[in-house]
Design a protein around this ligand. Structure first.
Ligand code: ADP
Length: 263
């Protein structure tokens, strides 16, 4: 009985943490948006006068000048050029950051699979686990999503696959494309997920007995976040497993429609 009470208490604590994390994350996104707006408008204010300085200095450089004047003008041109580069860097950094709180739009899921695989490879290799992206999953049409949501979905599912993989095995990513959807299959050779658990692993805090018994680290939150993120971009996720020999997570994205109807 005390065990159950303790578990409930733990559950409440975790729920409170999740709520707080969500509130903080909303606050953070708003601040981050304000910061990006600020950076973008400052950069814009700098661009116009800078272009004027560079333009006139370059024109001056093409006129008759004595050696000292030429040295001065060259210095102006060189330094204004440097300043221009900095401003461009600032602008593109602000744009990248703003992208992460973007509305869903067409993006390359194939590229993101490659990036996530590269990020996980070092950890996986330390246990002899390989990450294989099959040709079907490396060249893919665009899907609807945001950089942030698609990256987090793939990172969660693929790092679970690595985490539950036995030493010296492989995680294999493949894909199936049709008119409306792009389906990714992330397959591992781990313990699998019993049929009875397959619906529930996407619930918050749910972990299979196997994961708890083997003391595999985790919170049971990852897959619930995955489901929420996919809901936000019109995608879905399910798992296939016979409960013994590995799991295959199927992630379904909406395919972005080409503007060209002939396509
Ligand atoms: P966590 O991995 O932090 O426990 P998740 O929400 O990501 O939380 O996963 C919930 C549970 O689903 C895991 O505890 C585990 O029982 C099961 N699970 C997820 N991915 C796999 C997998 N690839 N193979 C076997 N079980 C898995």
């Amino acid at each position: 009985l005390t065990d159950v009470t303790e578990k409930r208490r733990e559950d409440r604590r975790l729920r409170a943490l999740v709520e707080r994390e969500r509130a903080l994350s909303a606050q953070y996104q708003e601040l981050s948006r304000q910061k990006d707006d600020f950076v973008a408008s400052i950069s814009h204010e700098l661009r116009t006068p800078l272009a004027s300085i560079v333009g006139y200095a370059e024109t001056l450089d093409e006129t008759e000048l004595d050696p000292l004047q030429r040295r001065f003008v060259d210095t102006i041109v060189r330094n204004a050029g440097r300043l221009q580069e900095r401003v461009e860097e600032l602008l593109s950094a602000a744009k990248r950051a703003a992208d992460s709180v973007d509305d869903p739009h067409p993006l390359s899921v194939g590229r993101i699979i490659g990036e996530v695989a590269d990020d996980l490879r070092a950890v996986a290799a330390s246990r002899g686990v390989g990450i294989v992206v099959e040709p079907s999953a490396s060249v893919l049409p665009e899907v609807i999503g945001t950089e942030d949501s698609v990256t987090r979905v793939l990172t969660n599912i693929m790092s679970n696959a690595v985490k539950f993989s036995p030493n010296e095995s492989a995680v294999v990513v493949s894909a199936l494309v049709d008119d409306e959807t792009v389906e990714l299959f992330v397959r591992d050779a781990g313990p699998g997920i019993p049929l009875a658990d397959q619906g529930r692993v996407f619930d918050r805090f749910y972990r299979t007995e196997d994961a708890t018994a083997n003391a595999t680290p985790g919170t049971g939150l990852g897959l619930s976040i995955v489901r929420t993120l996919l809901d936000g971009i019109g995608g879905s996720v399910l798992v296939q497993s016979d409960g013994r020999s590995g799991s295959t997570f199927v992630i379904r994205f909406q395919r972005a429609h080409d503007l060209d109807p002939a396509d």
